[in-house]
Write a protein that binds this ligand. Structure first.
Ligand SMILES: Cc1ncc(COP(=O)(O)O)c(C=O)c1O
Length: 438
């Protein structure tokens, strides 16, 4: 795909129709179905990055290398949210009463399932990664003596969910360091350090696909394969589950659940997908859901009526949500799929590589994230000699019009996230800005 304004030979692919169809189909109870107005949205030429960027209202006064942290909404998502909000604010009965959200939430579930290559009934909807981590680590059914192996590199929410669980019922949590120096980490080292901490008592590996502390992407396939070999020698009831916080790989990498080989996948959809804020999900295979005890009462039909149904429904927290956001998830996924999963992943990968190659040449900068795309995704961490990360971030923004972030960990780094809202030209600008820092 070209950066310059270029009409695709295949013609314009737009997400307008996908969005309109989803909204129209979702309006049970309305005598006149509402549709998305084509006029309200700028047309998307999905083969042109400038056109993709134009779908966002993000200011052009700086480059957005921290946009992956909390999603800005592209036009089809903004439009869908506005439509749903208008109806909720004016004619809420149009969406029915009682099992208020079920049909549209099901559409969101189906869209997620199609995107990650699983069955919709295996997906529980949540509001964030943190909510998913709390539900899973709070809900896993452990027996006395069971242990969890996690790592030193994960986000606060994962460690805190495990700490609360350990405090509640004494589950033993062991932390392993997977690499001494992230820049030189290797698949062999990571798998070896992890596997040697697995004991007959280990029931869960609590991992993070892409470490927001360092940018290291775990070799999930190799880890899952190593765990499978251990599990092949165990009774099924004592197998080790691989549970993954996938938030910085989801929609940044072109992968399905079977590519990863994990048993449970927890993510938000409000980061690299640029999905509606306050949305996320937990996926587990049908054979794994029985190992999870629901924490928050479900509003599913089966919870109310006792009719049998998928356990993922019982693990989807009930209560009324910000439905206009949840229901706009199909538009976010349609937007992403219209551009193409592989195309998005390649865009992120090529800019991250360009950025790392540039930073690695700077005498004043230490690159923290591995150069190899095998062990990294879109998160790029680095340090500037003699400068605190927050001071770097401040200077980048104020003097150079570059928005980056600093990592909220004991050892903090400067962090960039090239994505579909940044460009190779902006990456060049970021490298030059980093070179000038003193
Ligand atoms: C690895 C990781 N997991 C989870 C989160 C929190 O995600 P959420 O805001 O969806 O709870 C973050 C950072 O925001 C993160 O870096």
């Amino acid at each position: 795909m070209e950066d310059r304004d270029k009409q695709s030979s295949l013609g314009r692919r737009t997400v307008l129709m996908a969005g309109a169809a989803a909204l129209t189909a979702g309006c049970a109870g309305e005598s006149t179905p509402r549709t998305v107005s084509a006029k309200a949205q700028p047309a998307l030429d999905a083969r042109n990055w400038a056109s993709v960027r134009a779908q966002f209202s993000l200011t052009s006064s700086y480059a957005h290398f921290a946009a992956f942290m909390l999603a800005a909404h592209p036009a089809p998502v903004r439009e869908a949210i506005a439509q749903y909000r208008d109806v909720l604010d004016s004619r809420p009965q149009d969406y029915g009463i009682g099992f208020y959200d079920l049909q549209r939430s099901d559409d969101s579930r189906k869209a997620i399932a199609g995107y990650i290559g699983v069955r919709p009934q295996e997906v529980a909807l949540t509001d964030s990664t943190t909510m998913g981590l709390g539900l899973v680590y709070g809900g896993l059914r452990f027996k006395a003596g069971d242990e969890v192996v996690t790592t030193e590199h994960d986000f606060y929410s994962l460690h805190e969910a495990l700490r609360l669980r350990a405090e509640r019922d004494g589950v033993v949590v062991r932390k392993v360091r997977l690499y001494e120096n992230p820049a030189t980490a290797s698949t062999e080292e990571i798998v070896r350090r992890l596997v040697r901490r697995i004991t007959p008592r280990t029931r869960v590996l609590a991992l993070t696909w892409v470490h927001s502390s360092t940018g290291v992407k775990l070799p999930m396939r190799e880890i899952s394969q190593a765990v499978k070999e251990i599990n092949d020698r165990r009774d099924r009831g004592r197998r080790v589950l691989v549970v993954v916080d996938g938030v910085h790989g989801f929609a940044a990498e072109n992968a399905t659940m079977s590519d990863l080989g994990a048993d449970v996948f927890i993510t938000a959809t409000h980061k690299w997908l640029f999905g509606p804020r306050g949305t996320g999900f937990v996926w587990a295979g049908a054979d794994v859901w029985p190992m999870l005890q629901p924490t928050i009462p479900s509003f599913s039909r089966q919870a109310w009526t006792g009719t049998p149904g998928p356990l993922a429904d019982l693990n989807t927290p009930g209560g009324y949500h910000s439905f206009e956001n949840r229901w706009a998830l199909p538009q976010a996924i349609a937007f992403h799929e219209t551009i193409g999963k592989a195309t998005v992943a390649e865009r992120i990968r090529s800019q991250a590589t360009q950025l790392k190659d540039g930073l690695a040449k700077l005498p004043n900068v230490r690159l923290v994230t591995p150069r190899s795309p095998e062990l990294s995704a879109g998160v790029v961490c680095c340090a500037v000699n003699g400068m605190e990360p927050d001071a770097v971030v401040q200077q980048l923004l104020v003097k150079h019009g570059i928005s980056a972030g600093s990592t909220p960990y004991r050892e903090s780094f400067v962090r960039f996230g090239p994505s579909i809202v940044t460009s190779p030209d902006e990456v060049e600008r970021a490298i030059k800005a980093m070179a000038s820092l003193r």
